[in-house]
Every structure is written in C-alpha cells, then in structure tokens.
Design a protein around this ligand. Structure first.
Ligand code: FEO
Length: 622
C-alpha cells in the first residue's frame, strides 16, 4: 500500500524509510534507520526527482503509481547517481516507456557504468549544464551543478516557481522520518542534530570547499523550501541548518569544548583520559569522551567536527598507534579536519611512540595547533604525573577564559566587595506590556506578559517569555502559534484584570468581549487600546524553569494605531489604581502587578501570585 506525503498541491514525497539496514554504504551504522527521499511534481508534465535504494523499491513504486493517478511519467531527474538514489532507475524505465532522463554528462557516464539499460540516450535523455532550465507547465526547473557534494556528478534543482531547492545529499541526515516529513514537526536540535552532524561529517565532510560553493550558489536565490534526498524537508527556519553547514564546511568548531578519544588495552590510558576530563570539567570546560575501541569512528568524527579541542590518548601497539586509534586518526585526516587545537597522551610499557605518530599524521591537516606537552605514560599513570595532567588541563584552559577557573580567579582581590543582587535593579529594565493570545481547538485564551522582543529582521523573528503557570503557555506548547497585542497608553486597568487576574482554565476571558478580531492564524487579538498585533509561529522553545522562552517566526503583523506603547513604568504610574499599593495596617505583601495581597509575616521565594502568576520578586511589603 502506498504511503506518500503531500508537500504542496502538486508536489509529493514518494520515498521510503529503511530501519533494517545495518550499515549505510557498508560503513556507517544507522541504528535509527534512514530515509530515501524521492519527490514527484504533478504539473502539465510529471517529474520525478531521483529514485530510492533497492531495499525499499517496492514501496517507492507503489507511491509513484499512486501519485501519478494513471498519468504517465514524463521526466526522471537524476541529481545523484549513488545507488541509494538511483537503484530503482532500471525498474522505472521498464514501467514508464517514453520517460525522459534529465541529467548531466557525468551522470550519463555513471548510469551507463552501473546499468545495462534498454534506453536511447541520444533520443530520450535531456543533458543539462549549469543554469539550464526545464519548463514543465506551471513550473520552471533550473539545474545547478554541485560536484563532490557528494559525488562528482551531483547537481541540485531549483524550482523557480515555488522557490524550492531540491538539494540532493546536502542538508540531509541519517535517521528514518518516523511519520514526520517537515523539520518543524520534530525537535531537530534535541533529537536529530547529532545525526545531521554525523551525516554531514562522514558523507560530505571531506568536501568543505565544494559545500561552500553550493552554499554560495544557493544564497543567490530566494528559498522557501529545501527538499534533500535523506531526512526532513525544510520549510522554515533554514538558518538553523544553513548556519551549521557554514561552520562545518569551513571546518570551524561549533562549540568550545574538548573531545577526548582514547585507546586503552588494560584501562591505564583510559584512566589518564578520565583524570584529564575531570580536571577540565572542574575548570568549567565541556568535555566528551570516547573509547575508540567501542565507539564507531563515524560518531567520533562527528564529535571532532563539533568541538574546538581534541585530545588523543593512545597506547603503543606493535611499535605503532593502537589499531582502532590509528583508524580514527586516518579517518579524521581523510575527512579533512582543520582548525583545531590538539593534545596527545601516549602510553607504552617499553617504547612509547604513539604520541609522535599521531601528531605526524595530524600534521597533514590544515591549521592544527599542537600543545607542546605530550604526556608519556609507562604502563600506568603515577602519582608524580598527576601534575602533568593538571598542567595540560591548565594549558587547555587558557583557551577558555570565559569559563575556566584558574588560580588567578580563585585569588580574587580581597578589596572587591562581594557581589549582591538587588531585585529592584530588574525594574530598571524597560518592559512593555502585551496581551498574549492563543487558541486550542474551540477555546480562546489570553494572558498578560511583559517580555516580547524582536530578535532578527531577516528572517523576521520575535521571542516571548511566558510563565508556565499560564493556561496560554500550555496552549502555545501544544499549538505552536500565538498573537501578541501591544497595549497602548490608552489601555484601562480592566484589560489587565480581564487577561491578568484570572485563569482561562476556569473561565472564558473573552465571554463579554464584543470585539471579535482574529488574525489569519485563527487566533484572537485585541484591536482596541493596542497599537499593533503580531502573529508568531513557534520555531523553538527553551525551558527556563518557571518560564518558557518561545522563538516565533512572524507570520503576520498589523499596525492598529499610532498611540504610544504602554511601558511597565507607565502602567505603575498611570494605570494601576493607587489604592491597591497603599500602606495597610495588615501584615503581608502586595503584588505590584495586580494588587493581590498575601497576608502573613513572610513570603516564600517560590511564591507565585494566584491572580497574575508573577513571582515573589514582584511583591512588596504592605
Ligand atoms: Fe545518499 Fe551520496 O548518497
């Protein structure tokens, strides 16, 4: 039975997932499976973008047939001839006589090398070059050569009509799709980035220059969607993956931290690696350790593309480097690792040479800075060598001035006053006040927030901070959409009461509201006593304990008036009734936001106002 995914009215994913494959390309474990993506465009002409691996051919054929709905297949664009994308080519030619293959000269050569086909290239192939186009009716497809991303024949296709980049292997990942298709349907950073990195580093890591060339070409056209041959389709938030590609292809580390890989026969080299990692962590430096004998090199290569500093600790074996470490170092050199700081620990019971040999191999890579000190262990680490490990960690820590706690920071001058925190300082920050609205099914809700800021212009994004106790917060977590209405100075106190002093879980905050305004995302907004409305689609969120920070892509914005935005200070000075904050004979604390009074001698730090959900820091004594 077919299993296709609609991308646009005339574009469908007809690929398949494989969770039984043990080793991708015979070398990379894919414990989480892999997807082989093929796309079909149903225009005046029908166009298939690549095929799939032979393991999932049956599903792909069913999908293609279903999407065609009895029409013939006019074109097959072969962007990449590696068999995980071309294995079903022969079957397609058999099933769809008259099909035209669109490819470049290098692809044609590879097709003829791989297959004995009953196909007349002179008559039925469309051979394309850089920037050639193919009109299929409504769509015009442009071909862009991308040699060595990942093979020499690779090209990508740009749909100039819908601004879609069919990106071949670029921007792909290991991992089956698990029912999703779009990157924004899953948590890429949390659940998939390690696999994106492992895929990039191992599949195209060696070809950074060629990836940069492709990135440059892609940046010259507007892109609204990216459809790769593995993994998810990107329809927004492109920068999150493009920025990673920019770093990886320039061989720049993603993060400051130390990757320590060790090869240890009887645990003594491992012991040295563990002590070094522990020392570094005590200095506030991030570390990741790998035993090269049990972790596949594809994982370690990916980590090497991530971290800024690399430590190799290896025993000496057969007068050389220990086998699994030698393989790792060879692999790193083959994948062109660059721009890293490297330290070495060697072990040898009678003739330790692994350290020098590792260095010699890595000297072939560009811009590798070696630490002068190589720690040489004889069989096992001795007490007197702990100082060498400490020295190595101190030398590395010099590159981490922002986190490292060294001797200097421990001897802070005694004339400096101890740091203190005055909560009133927070009130000097200029805040606005906003009605945040969301909708879950038939239920509308809203609350008052004071933190909403624009963070980028292109793409246009805002962030908002929302207290988790608010019902609106839970709606946004679920629906990933919200509006903010920016309150203006004409806003009366009753608006703050309506949205700030009760919970939408217990009542309908819009019950008596005669004004019904909805933006195109279907969510209500406040169109009186406000000066604008902004709609956000959540692309990211961060859990900060009491609050969640949501990053939203702006999907709509409307200016409603030219009145000044209300500030927190303006609210206190001009809107909030003075009586609620007046001194009282009672003992207790009053919420500076809504006036709620908590009676008693003390207020617990974790206290949250039951009306407006502000914390203890927003209370003052009566
Ligand atoms: Fe997914 Fe280079 O093939």
């Amino acid at each position: 039975m077919h299993c296709i995914k609609k991308i646009k009215d005339d574009l469908f994913w007809v690929g398949a997932n494989d969770r039984r494959l043990a080793m991708f390309e015979g070398v990379y474990s894919v414990a989480r499976g892999v997807s082989y993506n093929s796309y079909i465009l149903i225009d005046e002409k029908t166009v298939l973008f690549d095929t799939v691996d032979k393991a999932v051919q049956q599903r792909f054929i069913e999908n293609t047939e279903h999407a065609l709905k009895g029409r013939k297949l006019d074109y097959l664009i072969v962007q990449h001839m590696e068999p995980d994308h071309s294995a079903s080519l022969k079957e397609l030619i058999k099933r769809y006589p008259g099909i035209k293959i669109v490819c470049n000269e290098k692809t044609k050569t590879l097709i003829m090398q791989y297959f004995e086909l009953d196909f007349n290239f002179d008559k039925d192939a469309v051979i394309v070059n850089e920037n050639d186009t193919l009109n299929t009716g409504k769509h015009t497809l442009k071909f862009i050569m991308a040699p060595m991303v990942h093979w020499p024949e690779v090209m990508v296709t740009y749909d100039t009509t819908d601004k879609i980049l069919f990106s071949a292997d670029a921007f792909g990942t290991f991992g089956a799709l698990n029912g999703a298709l779009f990157a924004d349907e899953v948590d890429i950073e949390k659940d998939y980035m390690d696999e994106f990195r492992r895929y990039y580093a191992n599949i195209v890591g060696k070809y950074g220059d060629q990836v940069q060339t492709l990135l440059k070409k892609a940046s010259s056209v507007p892109i609204e969607m990216i459809c790769p041959l593995h993994g998810f389709v990107w329809r927004n938030n492109f920068s999150s993956i493009i920025n990673k590609y920019a770093l990886w292809s320039a061989y720049q580390p993603e993060e400051k931290g130390v990757m320590i890989s060790y090869a240890s026969v009887y645990g003594n080299t491992e012991n040295a690696a563990e002590i070094l990692a522990s020392n570094l962590r005590e200095k506030g430096i991030k570390t990741e350790l790998f035993d090269v004998s049990v972790t596949h090199s594809s994982e370690i290569i990916a980590a090497a593309f991530r971290w800024s500093h690399l430590v190799f600790a290896s025993t000496t074996y057969n007068a050389g480097i220990f086998i699994s470490m030698e393989e790792l170092v060879n692999d790193l050199v083959a994948h062109n690792i660059q721009n890293r700081t490297v330290a070495v620990i060697e072990n040898g019971s009678w003739a330790a040479v692994s350290g020098e040999l590792i260095k010699k191999k890595l000297e072939q890579c560009k811009n590798i800075k070696f630490l002068n000190q190589t720690i040489s262990i004889k069989s096992s680490l001795k007490k007197e060598q702990l100082s060498e490990i400490e020295e190595m960690s101190k030398t590395i820590a010099k590159d981490f001035p922002e986190t490292a706690k060294d001797d200097a920071s421990e001897n802070v001058s005694s004339d400096l006053k101890p740091a203190s925190i005055d909560p009133n300082a927070m009130f000097k920050i200029s805040y606005g006040l906003f009605v945040l609205t969301a909708k879950d099914g038939g239920k509308d809700n809203g609350c008052i927030i004071n933190t909403a800021i624009q963070i980028t212009v292109s793409p246009l994004r805002i962030i908002i901070a929302v207290n988790k106790a608010n019902y609106t917060h839970d709606m946004i977590i679920k629906t990933k959409a919200f509006n903010i209405s920016i309150l203006s100075e004409s806003a009366a106190f009753h608006i703050f009461e309506q949205f700030g002093f009760s919970s939408g879980r217990d009542n309908d905050k819009f019950k008596d509201d005669k004004i019904i305004a909805r933006s195109s995302n279907g969510i209500r907004y406040i169109n009186e006593n406000t000066n604008c409305m902004i709609s956000g689609k959540v692309i990211d969120s961060y859990d900060y304990g009491t609050h969640t920070i949501f990053t939203g892509e702006v999907t709509e914005s409307i200016v409603l008036s030219n009145e000044k935005s209300v500030t927190y200070q303006y609210y206190f000075d001009n809107i909030k009734p003075k009586s609620v904050a007046q001194k009282s004979e009672k003992k207790g604390f009053v919420c500076k936001i809504c006036g709620y009074v908590h009676e008693g001698d003390s207020l617990p730090d974790e206290f949250v106002c039951p009306l407006c959900k502000h914390g203890a820091s927003d209370f003052e004594p009566l």
